[in-house]
Design a protein around this ligand. Structure first.
Ligand SMILES: Nc1ncnc2c1ncn2[C@@H]1O[C@H](COP(=O)(O)OP(=O)(O)OP(=O)(O)O)[C@@H](O)[C@H]1O
Length: 533
């Protein structure tokens, strides 16, 4: 498995890999973090082999790789959440053995997860100092005021006075919660007497909109001198922009280490995937003409707090894009049409049949509507197998003798694992053992397996690597060619432009424009953005 890439850059061989940050700081002191020859297997699956990496104070290093390459496993090993089978970890030159996450925290290492680990019903300050209240207690009594003061001061130190430390976390949006998570690392490091924390950011922008990404980038820029950061993301342009150096993982082995300055996105893609990107990656080369039959008809659809008076038709074989910023109502529109959100008024017809007032996912899926929600945690059933997770949509279907189809389903599952390049030990492996991106592909396969008339997809390639994106785009084009109507809600404008026949633009809960996107007349990103803001 190891070293299967064509990449020539190897760890340690690149003098040019020294970054501006490390040059500023000099190499006299040992790196803040160094890992040497880390190996980790899960049963027969070799997730990491002989992985080495160094990180200096003031540095941001990007860690990239395809779905299942081992990025999350590596971060979990560095943060004490997994014990490596072999290799060593050094913090400021000291050989340390981390038994758990608390050990890692004491060494100044913090793992900021994709799905943030904050407790929504607790206040900001309680979250930040969770499990460290003892440092603020006298004679066994916790001094909440001292905790509040401590956190308020820290927020001010980072220029985030507007965050009220006494308010519950659930009252803040996702990007503010991310700020809280990052400043929390500094708070806990300070308590442990550590000046510069090591922060592991695992796909921090996966659920953020454009503005929020900008905000996070600014926060990282503002804190980078005081910390050392490992940044994992599938958004290659973003990783190149924010990082000093990049490490590329492929099949559990570190296949390249290179400076980020001047690096072309295509080159990075090639190192990750082992081939250059399809020149038609986002292109409309195989776009179909929609059929004349309308498969979904929406009229005067409104939902308080989400959107108002939305009307459109979707034809068989058509990919209809929906663009809009956070709060535009585009995700809620998808949720309502899939039956996942209640409380809407108006009319919906699926294949000419008027949909009953009380929508539910069950009702809509029986009518032939498939739905991929924006948050994959809403769809994944971790303890069940890959095959069962795929066939779930069939299980819920009325009147189908499920057991009669078992053999066929297993065949289909094997086929989809191959078509979508799903990295798994097999179709009987537990869903929980798959990497995030591969779980997303299983969810997509779930709906492709069913005879759906309409597919509603909300950011279907979130967390999916660039190589797999190409495959998913190919699959979507194929199923559209079979006559399925696809409503594609996405924050990725290039994806929308490349795949869609038409694009609906939503702003502040209203459908403001319909933009035609035929193969020979694609709109530009700028044109869409102008209507979105
Ligand atoms: N608990 C586990 N049990 C079995 N296999 C696992 C477990 N955790 C990870 N793996 C396997 O280890 C490999 C690396 O997975 P990992 O989650 O580290 O990938 P990743 O690079 O983070 O992927 P993604 O970009 O999709 O999140 C995969 O083949 C995965 O299936």
């Amino acid at each position: 498995m190891a070293g299967s890439s064509s990449a020539t850059e190897r760890p340690g061989t690149l003098g040019a890999g020294r970054t501006a940050a490390s040059e500023r700081i000099g190499n006299a002191s040992p790196p803040l973090l160094e890992i040497r020859n880390i190996g980790k297997s899960f049963g027969g699956v070799r997730a990491l082999s002989g992985v080495s990496l160094t990180l200096r104070k003031g540095e941001v290093i990007g860690l990239v790789g395809e779905n299942g390459a081992g990025k999350s496993t590596l971060l979990k090993t560095i943060s004490g959440n997994l014990r490596p089978d072999s290799g060593a970890l050094f913090v400021s030159g000291r050989d340390v053995s981390l038994r758990n996450y608390a050990d890692a925290n004491r060494e100044g290492i913090f793992h900021i997860y994709q799905d943030l680990a904050l407790i929504p019903t607790l206040s900001v300050y309680e979250n930040m100092l969770l499990a460290h209240e003892a440092a603020f207690s006298r004679f066994g009594v916790i001094d909440n005021r001292a905790m509040l003061r401590h956190v308020t001061d820290l927020l001010a130190e980072f220029g985030h006075e507007r965050i009220d430390a006494s308010r519950k976390v659930e009252t803040y949006d996702l990007s503010t919660r991310q700020v809280i998570e990052i400043i929390k690392s500094f708070a806990l490091a300070k308590l442990a007497g550590i000046e510069s924390p090591v922060m592991l950011l695992d796909e921090p922008t996966a659920a953020l909109t454009g503005d929020e990404v900008e905000f996070l980038m600014r926060l990282i820029q503002a804190t980078r001198e005081r910390a050392a950061i490992i940044y994992v993301s599938h958004r290659l342009s973003e990783v190149i922009e924010i990082s000093d150096r990049l490490y590329v993982l492929k099949d559990g082995a570190m296949v390249a280490e290179l400076p980020a300055t001047g690096l072309a996105e295509n080159r990075l893609h090639e190192l990750m995937v082992g081939r250059t990107r399809d020149e038609f990656f986002y292109c409309e080369h195989k776009q179909q003409e929609p059929q004349s039959e309308v498969v979904l008809e929406v009229g005067g659809l409104s939902r308080t707090g989400s959107f108002a008076d939305v009307a459109f038709n979707l034809r068989g074989g058509e990919i209809l894009g929906v663009a809009g910023l956070l709060g535009s109502g585009k995700s809620d529109l998808g949720g309502v049409l899939a039956g996942a959100l209640s409380g809407a008024t108006g009319t919906i017809r699926v294949g000419g049949t008027i949909v009953p007032k009380n929508l539910s996912i069950r009702v809509m899926s029986d009518l032939g509507i498939g739905y991929l929600p924006p948050d994959r945690r809403d769809g994944v059933i971790p303890p069940l197998s890959v095959a069962s997770n795929m066939s779930l949509a069939r299980l819920t279907r009325h009147g189908e003798p499920y057991w009669l189809n078992l053999a066929g389903e297993r065949r289909d599952a094997v086929e989809f694992v191959a078509t979508l390049g799903i990295k798994t030990a097999g179709i009987d492996a537990q869903m929980s053992t798959l990497s995030g991106g591969n779980q997303q592909k299983v969810l997509l396969a779930r709906w492709l397996l069913r005879q759906t008339k309409v597919l509603i997809l909300d950011n279907p390639t979130n967390g999916v690597d660039a190589g797999a994106k190409e495959e998913i785009y190919g699959v979507l084009r194929r199923i559209a060619a079979e006559g399925v109507g696809i409503l594609l809600v996405s924050d990725d404008l290039l994806e929308l432009i490349g795949l869609s026949n038409r694009i609906l633009v939503m702003r502040g809960g209203t459908l403001v424009r319909e933009v035609p996107a035929p193969p020979n007349g694609k709109p530009g990103e700028v044109e869409l953005v102008a209507d979105m803001v």
